[in-house]
Design a protein around this ligand. Structure first.
Ligand code: FE2
Length: 352
């Protein structure tokens, strides 16, 4: 809701509060849609300011509220300014083998992070940026670096560690841009041969980053982000103890970003659907690292109102750290719904 000068009102505006005249008479009730006659009456009663509803007041889901917030609109504008700048830095590296300037990369991080009051809000903003096919890979890396900055805070990293971690996120998938466009943007399923070529983005990215002087953790993240803890990953089928510490996290963020981002073919998965998918794949990750991240992701949802697929609903009041995908809710009548004790087919399908 916002309070505006009466002279700026227009027909169709909806009152956010009752309007009481200077003599104490109730002129209109909250929720009234103003018409020309009503505007005239307000003028005659010398009403100076009026509170009206905004689009955000009519938003139903949590996502709709985020999208309609002024903060998100400002963030989205800045994000779209950053994408071409980020793309130029990455293209200069891929095409001309220019080392990505750290100050410029971190400048992008600072610009975007400063527009979100908290890490949780930053995550919310990122998942609500509409997908842009033209810049898909660049945005995926940009988002991964930004998500890395939030995770770094959750994990208590030092500033220096965080800056390295952000660069790992910004650059880890750069090898994809060394491959033919027809391959990386192919809309249909890849053939076995094409998939084998796609897998080479790990080694290509690693070699490129080493060649521009970014060896060590940053290039290891490019090389190892598709390795899985159970040895089922590529290119070297490493076991968890052989995978770089940051690469283990980048692998989690890579999957998180893919699940949380809106796709042209589906809405983003909600936080609990994402955690549930991770819990099914726990063998592929470092369990301790995964648990820490999942608990934080689940905690960002505390207090939201959840609707279940069986019609029940309630506020999220407790995150079970042994089963983060299954929080506890309290319904309108005060009854507790402990999802960790409910059948698996009972799911949260919307958050408000
Ligand atoms: Fe990748």
């Amino acid at each position: 809701m916002k309070t505006v000068a009466r002279i700026t009102l227009k027909a169709g505006d909806i009152l956010g509060e009752d309007i009481i005249s200077n003599h104490g008479e109730k002129l209109y009730s909250k929720g009234t849609k103003l018409d020309l006659k009503a505007l005239d009456r307000l003028a005659r009663h010398n009403i100076m300011a009026v509170t009206i509803m905004e689009d955000i007041d009519f938003a139903e889901t949590h996502t709709e509220k985020v999208k309609l917030s002024d903060g998100f609109k400002t963030f989205k504008t800045a994000y779209y300014e950053c994408v071409p700048q980020f793309r130029r830095i990455i293209d200069n590296c891929v095409i001309d083998h220019v080392r990505p300037p750290i100050d410029q990369l971190l400048g992008i991080y600072v610009k975007l992070a400063s527009l979100a009051a908290t890490g949780n809000i930053l995550l919310e903003y990122l998942v609500n940026i509409p997908p842009d096919m033209e810049n898909m890979i660049y945005e995926h890396m940009l988002n991964t670096g930004m998500i890395a900055s939030v995770f770094a805070n959750w994990l208590g990293m030092t500033k220096q560690e965080m800056f390295t971690f952000i660069q790992c996120g910004f650059l880890y998938d750069i090898g994809k841009l060394c491959l033919p466009k027809e391959l990386i943007y192919k809309p249909s399923k890849l053939t076995d041969e094409e998939f084998a070529m796609m897998k080479t983005h790990t080694t290509l990215g690693h070699d490129l980053l080493v060649s521009v002087g970014l060896g060590g953790t940053i290039s290891d993240c490019a090389l190892q982000h598709h390795e899985k803890g159970d040895g089922s990953g590529y290119p070297n089928h490493l076991k968890i103890s052989d995978i770089d510490n940051f690469a283990q996290y980048i692998s989690i963020i890579d999957a998180y970003e893919a699940m949380s981002a809106p796709k042209t073919y589906r809405f983003p998965l909600n936080a609990f659907e994402i955690i549930s998918n991770f819990e099914k794949d726990v063998m592929k990750y470092n369990k301790m690292k995964l648990d820490a991240i999942m608990f934080h992701i689940a905690s960002t949802q505390m207090g939201l109102h959840a609707k279940l697929n069986d019609g029940r609903e309630g506020d999220i009041i407790f995150i079970n750290n042994l089963h983060c995908a299954r929080p506890m809710l309290r319904d309108e009548s005060g009854n507790i719904i402990d999802l960790s004790k409910e059948p698996e087919n009972i799911q949260i399908y919307a958050l408000f």
